[in-house]
Design a protein around this ligand. Structure first.
Ligand code: TRP
Length: 342
Protein backbone atom coordinates (compact mmCIF):
# COMPACT_ATOMS: atom_id res chain seq x y z
CA UNK A 1 0.00 0.00 0.00
CA UNK A 2 2.54 2.57 1.05
CA UNK A 3 6.19 2.77 1.99
CA UNK A 4 5.31 3.76 5.55
CA UNK A 5 3.87 0.29 6.04
CA UNK A 6 6.59 -2.19 7.00
CA UNK A 7 6.93 -5.27 4.84
CA UNK A 8 7.91 -8.38 6.81
CA UNK A 9 10.80 -10.60 5.74
CA UNK A 10 8.65 -13.12 3.89
CA UNK A 11 7.67 -10.35 1.50
CA UNK A 12 4.00 -10.33 2.44
CA UNK A 13 2.37 -7.05 3.31
CA UNK A 14 1.57 -6.88 7.01
CA UNK A 15 -2.18 -6.46 7.45
CA UNK A 16 -3.49 -3.12 8.63
CA UNK A 17 -5.76 -2.78 11.65
CA UNK A 18 -7.75 0.37 12.34
CA UNK A 19 -9.79 1.16 15.40
CA UNK A 20 -11.06 4.21 17.20
CA UNK A 21 -12.28 5.13 20.65
CA UNK A 22 -14.29 8.17 21.69
CA UNK A 23 -12.85 10.53 24.30
CA UNK A 24 -16.00 10.74 26.37
CA UNK A 25 -15.53 10.33 30.09
CA UNK A 26 -13.39 7.57 31.53
CA UNK A 27 -12.76 4.18 30.00
CA UNK A 28 -14.29 1.23 31.77
CA UNK A 29 -13.06 -2.25 32.52
CA UNK A 30 -15.33 -3.24 29.63
CA UNK A 31 -13.40 -0.99 27.23
CA UNK A 32 -10.15 -2.37 28.59
CA UNK A 33 -10.96 -6.07 28.38
CA UNK A 34 -13.19 -5.85 25.32
CA UNK A 35 -10.96 -3.58 23.26
CA UNK A 36 -7.78 -2.00 24.60
CA UNK A 37 -6.13 -5.17 25.89
CA UNK A 38 -6.55 -6.65 22.41
CA UNK A 39 -5.34 -3.51 20.68
CA UNK A 40 -2.10 -3.88 22.60
CA UNK A 41 -1.64 -7.52 21.58
CA UNK A 42 -2.42 -6.86 17.92
CA UNK A 43 0.60 -4.57 17.67
CA UNK A 44 2.89 -7.60 17.40
CA UNK A 45 1.34 -9.00 14.25
CA UNK A 46 -0.22 -6.07 12.43
CA UNK A 47 0.35 -2.52 11.40
CA UNK A 48 -2.03 -0.88 13.82
CA UNK A 49 -3.60 2.53 13.50
CA UNK A 50 -5.51 3.76 16.56
CA UNK A 51 -7.36 7.02 16.87
CA UNK A 52 -8.98 9.07 19.60
CA UNK A 53 -12.06 10.03 17.63
CA UNK A 54 -12.97 13.49 18.91
CA UNK A 55 -14.85 14.38 15.70
CA UNK A 56 -17.27 11.59 16.50
CA UNK A 57 -17.59 12.80 20.08
CA UNK A 58 -19.24 16.10 19.13
CA UNK A 59 -22.23 14.33 17.57
CA UNK A 60 -23.42 14.56 21.16
CA UNK A 61 -23.13 17.98 22.86
CA UNK A 62 -19.81 18.29 24.72
CA UNK A 63 -18.44 20.85 27.11
CA UNK A 64 -15.38 22.20 25.20
CA UNK A 65 -13.01 22.35 28.19
CA UNK A 66 -14.03 18.87 29.23
CA UNK A 67 -13.65 17.46 25.72
CA UNK A 68 -10.14 18.87 25.52
CA UNK A 69 -9.22 17.28 28.85
CA UNK A 70 -10.84 13.98 27.97
CA UNK A 71 -9.02 13.84 24.65
CA UNK A 72 -5.59 14.17 26.23
CA UNK A 73 -6.55 11.78 29.00
CA UNK A 74 -7.84 9.20 26.49
CA UNK A 75 -4.62 9.50 24.51
CA UNK A 76 -2.54 9.01 27.66
CA UNK A 77 -4.63 6.00 28.64
CA UNK A 78 -3.98 4.32 25.30
CA UNK A 79 -0.25 4.65 25.88
CA UNK A 80 -0.59 3.65 29.53
CA UNK A 81 -2.36 0.44 28.50
CA UNK A 82 0.62 -0.45 26.35
CA UNK A 83 -0.01 0.99 22.92
CA UNK A 84 3.40 1.88 21.61
CA UNK A 85 3.52 5.15 19.65
CA UNK A 86 6.66 4.04 17.84
CA UNK A 87 5.29 0.70 16.72
CA UNK A 88 1.74 1.79 15.96
CA UNK A 89 0.18 4.97 14.68
CA UNK A 90 -1.70 6.61 17.56
CA UNK A 91 -3.31 9.94 16.78
CA UNK A 92 -6.12 12.35 17.48
CA UNK A 93 -8.73 12.37 14.72
CA UNK A 94 -9.11 16.16 14.43
CA UNK A 95 -5.36 16.48 13.72
CA UNK A 96 -5.82 14.72 10.40
CA UNK A 97 -8.05 16.73 8.03
CA UNK A 98 -8.51 13.89 5.53
CA UNK A 99 -11.08 12.28 7.86
CA UNK A 100 -13.58 15.09 7.53
CA UNK A 101 -12.74 15.50 3.85
CA UNK A 102 -13.28 11.88 2.88
CA UNK A 103 -16.38 11.72 5.07
CA UNK A 104 -17.98 14.37 2.85
CA UNK A 105 -17.29 12.40 -0.34
CA UNK A 106 -18.64 9.25 1.30
CA UNK A 107 -21.71 11.15 2.50
CA UNK A 108 -22.47 11.79 -1.13
CA UNK A 109 -22.30 8.05 -1.82
CA UNK A 110 -24.40 6.91 1.12
CA UNK A 111 -28.17 6.78 0.96
CA UNK A 112 -30.55 8.46 3.38
CA UNK A 113 -32.31 5.11 3.72
CA UNK A 114 -29.14 3.29 4.70
CA UNK A 115 -28.31 5.78 7.42
CA UNK A 116 -31.91 5.76 8.65
CA UNK A 117 -31.63 2.04 9.34
CA UNK A 118 -28.67 2.35 11.72
CA UNK A 119 -29.75 1.17 15.14
CA UNK A 120 -27.22 3.39 16.92
CA UNK A 121 -28.76 6.42 15.23
CA UNK A 122 -32.22 5.33 16.28
CA UNK A 123 -31.07 4.71 19.87
CA UNK A 124 -29.17 7.96 20.14
CA UNK A 125 -31.90 10.06 18.60
CA UNK A 126 -34.26 8.66 21.20
CA UNK A 127 -31.75 9.35 23.97
CA UNK A 128 -30.82 12.86 22.79
CA UNK A 129 -34.17 13.88 21.34
CA UNK A 130 -33.38 17.61 21.62
CA UNK A 131 -30.22 17.35 19.50
CA UNK A 132 -30.75 15.04 16.55
CA UNK A 133 -28.12 16.79 14.47
CA UNK A 134 -26.94 15.96 10.95
CA UNK A 135 -23.61 14.72 12.30
CA UNK A 136 -25.33 12.12 14.43
CA UNK A 137 -27.06 10.93 11.28
CA UNK A 138 -23.92 10.79 9.12
CA UNK A 139 -21.71 9.41 11.91
CA UNK A 140 -21.22 6.11 10.01
CA UNK A 141 -19.74 7.90 6.96
CA UNK A 142 -17.10 9.48 9.17
CA UNK A 143 -16.36 6.10 10.68
CA UNK A 144 -16.10 4.64 7.17
CA UNK A 145 -13.66 7.40 6.25
CA UNK A 146 -11.51 6.55 9.30
CA UNK A 147 -11.22 2.96 8.21
CA UNK A 148 -10.94 3.36 4.44
CA UNK A 149 -8.29 6.09 4.53
CA UNK A 150 -5.76 3.61 5.92
CA UNK A 151 -6.82 0.77 3.61
CA UNK A 152 -7.49 -1.27 6.73
CA UNK A 153 -7.85 -5.04 6.37
CA UNK A 154 -9.32 -5.62 9.80
CA UNK A 155 -11.35 -3.60 12.25
CA UNK A 156 -11.74 -4.80 15.83
CA UNK A 157 -15.21 -3.70 16.89
CA UNK A 158 -17.79 -4.71 19.43
CA UNK A 159 -21.21 -5.99 18.47
CA UNK A 160 -22.68 -2.47 18.66
CA UNK A 161 -20.44 -1.28 15.79
CA UNK A 162 -20.87 -4.25 13.42
CA UNK A 163 -23.67 -2.55 11.51
CA UNK A 164 -21.47 0.49 10.88
CA UNK A 165 -18.73 -1.75 9.55
CA UNK A 166 -21.23 -3.47 7.24
CA UNK A 167 -22.21 -0.07 5.90
CA UNK A 168 -18.54 0.82 5.44
CA UNK A 169 -18.11 -2.27 3.29
CA UNK A 170 -21.21 -1.49 1.24
CA UNK A 171 -20.13 2.08 0.55
CA UNK A 172 -16.55 1.04 -0.25
CA UNK A 173 -17.79 -1.59 -2.71
CA UNK A 174 -20.16 0.91 -4.28
CA UNK A 175 -17.36 3.43 -4.71
CA UNK A 176 -15.00 0.80 -6.16
CA UNK A 177 -17.67 -0.32 -8.63
CA UNK A 178 -18.38 3.22 -9.76
CA UNK A 179 -14.82 4.52 -10.06
CA UNK A 180 -12.52 1.50 -10.16
CA UNK A 181 -10.65 -0.08 -7.32
CA UNK A 182 -9.91 2.54 -4.68
CA UNK A 183 -10.55 1.08 -1.23
CA UNK A 184 -9.57 -2.16 0.42
CA UNK A 185 -12.71 -3.82 1.80
CA UNK A 186 -12.31 -4.19 5.57
CA UNK A 187 -13.37 -7.23 7.59
CA UNK A 188 -14.50 -7.22 11.19
CA UNK A 189 -11.88 -8.62 13.54
CA UNK A 190 -13.38 -11.00 16.05
CA UNK A 191 -10.97 -11.74 18.87
CA UNK A 192 -10.34 -15.37 19.90
CA UNK A 193 -12.70 -17.07 22.34
CA UNK A 194 -11.20 -15.97 25.70
CA UNK A 195 -11.49 -12.31 24.81
CA UNK A 196 -15.00 -12.71 23.45
CA UNK A 197 -16.01 -12.03 27.04
CA UNK A 198 -18.51 -9.23 27.00
CA UNK A 199 -18.19 -7.38 30.25
CA UNK A 200 -21.57 -6.79 31.84
CA UNK A 201 -22.82 -4.30 34.42
CA UNK A 202 -21.98 -5.28 38.01
CA UNK A 203 -25.46 -4.22 39.12
CA UNK A 204 -27.49 -5.72 36.27
CA UNK A 205 -25.48 -8.48 34.58
CA UNK A 206 -27.92 -8.72 31.68
CA UNK A 207 -26.80 -5.24 30.54
CA UNK A 208 -23.47 -4.26 29.00
CA UNK A 209 -21.10 -2.41 31.36
CA UNK A 210 -21.43 1.25 30.39
CA UNK A 211 -19.67 4.39 31.58
CA UNK A 212 -22.91 6.30 31.14
CA UNK A 213 -24.69 4.11 33.71
CA UNK A 214 -26.21 6.45 36.30
CA UNK A 215 -25.13 4.03 39.05
CA UNK A 216 -21.31 4.24 39.39
CA UNK A 217 -21.29 0.87 41.19
CA UNK A 218 -22.34 -0.73 37.89
CA UNK A 219 -19.03 -0.09 36.18
CA UNK A 220 -15.32 -0.09 36.95
CA UNK A 221 -13.37 2.84 35.59
CA UNK A 222 -9.81 2.04 34.55
CA UNK A 223 -8.77 4.80 36.94
CA UNK A 224 -10.80 3.69 39.98
CA UNK A 225 -8.72 3.32 43.14
CA UNK A 226 -7.91 -0.26 44.22
CA UNK A 227 -10.17 0.02 47.30
CA UNK A 228 -13.02 1.29 45.14
CA UNK A 229 -12.55 -1.57 42.70
CA UNK A 230 -12.69 -4.20 45.45
CA UNK A 231 -15.71 -2.50 47.02
CA UNK A 232 -17.58 -2.42 43.70
CA UNK A 233 -16.91 -6.10 43.08
CA UNK A 234 -17.99 -6.97 46.61
CA UNK A 235 -21.35 -5.35 45.94
CA UNK A 236 -21.79 -6.98 42.52
CA UNK A 237 -25.18 -8.57 41.95
CA UNK A 238 -25.06 -12.39 41.75
CA UNK A 239 -27.68 -15.02 42.59
CA UNK A 240 -28.99 -16.93 45.59
CA UNK A 241 -26.91 -20.05 45.02
CA UNK A 242 -23.46 -20.62 46.50
CA UNK A 243 -21.38 -22.47 43.93
CA UNK A 244 -18.91 -20.59 41.72
CA UNK A 245 -19.52 -22.25 38.37
CA UNK A 246 -20.25 -21.12 34.84
CA UNK A 247 -23.81 -21.99 33.96
CA UNK A 248 -26.69 -20.58 31.95
CA UNK A 249 -28.82 -18.31 34.08
CA UNK A 250 -25.99 -17.37 36.46
CA UNK A 251 -25.36 -14.07 34.65
CA UNK A 252 -23.68 -12.30 37.54
CA UNK A 253 -21.31 -15.15 38.38
CA UNK A 254 -20.62 -15.83 34.70
CA UNK A 255 -19.63 -12.21 34.23
CA UNK A 256 -17.31 -12.24 37.25
CA UNK A 257 -15.79 -15.53 36.11
CA UNK A 258 -15.24 -14.10 32.63
CA UNK A 259 -13.45 -11.09 34.08
CA UNK A 260 -11.37 -13.21 36.46
CA UNK A 261 -10.48 -15.58 33.63
CA UNK A 262 -9.26 -12.83 31.30
CA UNK A 263 -7.25 -11.15 34.04
CA UNK A 264 -5.62 -14.30 35.53
CA UNK A 265 -5.52 -16.52 32.45
CA UNK A 266 -7.30 -19.28 34.39
CA UNK A 267 -9.97 -21.42 32.73
CA UNK A 268 -13.54 -21.65 34.03
CA UNK A 269 -12.86 -25.14 35.41
CA UNK A 270 -9.77 -23.96 37.24
CA UNK A 271 -11.74 -21.11 38.75
CA UNK A 272 -14.52 -23.44 39.86
CA UNK A 273 -11.94 -25.69 41.56
CA UNK A 274 -10.19 -22.73 43.15
CA UNK A 275 -13.39 -21.61 44.87
CA UNK A 276 -14.92 -24.98 45.64
CA UNK A 277 -16.27 -24.90 49.17
CA UNK A 278 -15.76 -21.14 49.46
CA UNK A 279 -18.54 -18.59 49.28
CA UNK A 280 -19.34 -15.87 46.75
CA UNK A 281 -17.81 -13.36 49.16
CA UNK A 282 -14.31 -14.81 48.82
CA UNK A 283 -14.71 -15.07 45.07
CA UNK A 284 -15.84 -11.47 44.64
CA UNK A 285 -12.95 -10.20 46.73
CA UNK A 286 -10.51 -12.25 44.67
CA UNK A 287 -11.91 -10.85 41.42
CA UNK A 288 -11.71 -7.30 42.77
CA UNK A 289 -8.13 -7.76 43.90
CA UNK A 290 -7.07 -9.36 40.63
CA UNK A 291 -8.59 -6.51 38.62
CA UNK A 292 -7.02 -3.88 40.90
CA UNK A 293 -3.66 -5.61 40.46
CA UNK A 294 -4.06 -5.72 36.66
CA UNK A 295 -4.92 -2.02 36.51
CA UNK A 296 -2.27 -0.84 38.97
CA UNK A 297 0.63 -0.55 36.49
CA UNK A 298 -1.66 1.14 33.95
CA UNK A 299 -2.72 3.71 36.54
CA UNK A 300 0.89 4.36 37.52
CA UNK A 301 1.96 4.80 33.92
CA UNK A 302 -1.04 7.08 33.34
CA UNK A 303 -0.04 9.33 36.25
CA UNK A 304 3.50 9.55 34.90
CA UNK A 305 2.31 10.40 31.40
CA UNK A 306 -0.08 13.09 32.60
CA UNK A 307 2.94 14.71 34.27
CA UNK A 308 4.83 14.64 30.98
CA UNK A 309 2.64 16.75 28.74
CA UNK A 310 5.57 17.53 26.45
CA UNK A 311 6.16 13.87 25.81
CA UNK A 312 2.46 13.29 25.14
CA UNK A 313 2.43 16.16 22.68
CA UNK A 314 5.48 14.77 20.95
CA UNK A 315 3.68 11.43 20.59
CA UNK A 316 0.45 12.78 19.19
CA UNK A 317 2.30 15.07 16.81
CA UNK A 318 4.28 12.14 15.49
CA UNK A 319 1.09 10.06 15.21
CA UNK A 320 -0.69 12.82 13.30
CA UNK A 321 2.21 13.21 10.93
CA UNK A 322 2.27 9.51 10.07
CA UNK A 323 -1.51 9.38 9.78
CA UNK A 324 -1.56 12.46 7.56
CA UNK A 325 0.90 11.03 5.10
CA UNK A 326 -1.02 7.77 4.61
CA UNK A 327 -4.49 9.29 4.60
CA UNK A 328 -3.52 12.09 2.20
CA UNK A 329 -2.57 9.51 -0.39
CA UNK A 330 -5.95 7.77 -0.24
CA UNK A 331 -7.80 11.08 -0.29
CA UNK A 332 -5.85 12.24 -3.32
CA UNK A 333 -6.78 9.05 -5.15
CA UNK A 334 -10.44 9.59 -4.27
CA UNK A 335 -10.43 13.24 -5.37
CA UNK A 336 -8.94 12.26 -8.69
CA UNK A 337 -11.49 9.47 -9.22
CA UNK A 338 -14.49 11.67 -8.59
CA UNK A 339 -13.16 14.32 -10.96
CA UNK A 340 -11.83 17.08 -8.72
CA UNK A 341 -9.38 19.29 -10.59
CA UNK A 342 -5.92 18.77 -9.11
N1 TRP B 1 -17.88 4.34 16.53
C1 TRP B 1 -16.89 3.70 17.37
C2 TRP B 1 -17.45 3.55 18.77
O1 TRP B 1 -18.19 4.38 19.24
C3 TRP B 1 -15.61 4.49 17.41
C4 TRP B 1 -14.99 4.56 16.06
C5 TRP B 1 -14.89 5.66 15.27
C6 TRP B 1 -14.40 3.51 15.36
N2 TRP B 1 -14.25 5.37 14.12
C7 TRP B 1 -13.95 4.05 14.12
C8 TRP B 1 -14.22 2.13 15.63
C9 TRP B 1 -13.33 3.26 13.17
C10 TRP B 1 -13.59 1.36 14.68
C11 TRP B 1 -13.16 1.91 13.45
O2 TRP B 1 -17.09 2.61 19.44
Amino acid sequence: MSETVAVPQNGERKKVIFSGIQPTGTFTLGNYIGALKNWVKLQDDYNCVYSVVNLHAITVRQDPAQLKKNTLSAYALLLACGIDPEKSIVFIQSHVPAHAELAWVLDCHTQFGELSRMTQFKDKSARYADNINAGLFTYPSLMAADILLYQADLVPVGADQKQHLELTRDVANRFNNLYGNTFRIPEPYIPKAEQGARIMSLQDPTKKMSKSDPNPKAFISILDKPETIVKKFRSAVTDSETEVCYREGKDGINNLMGIYSVVTGKSMDEITREFAGKGYGDFKTAVGEAVAEELRPIQERYEQLMNQKDYLEQCYRLGAEKARSISARTLQKVYKKVGFLP
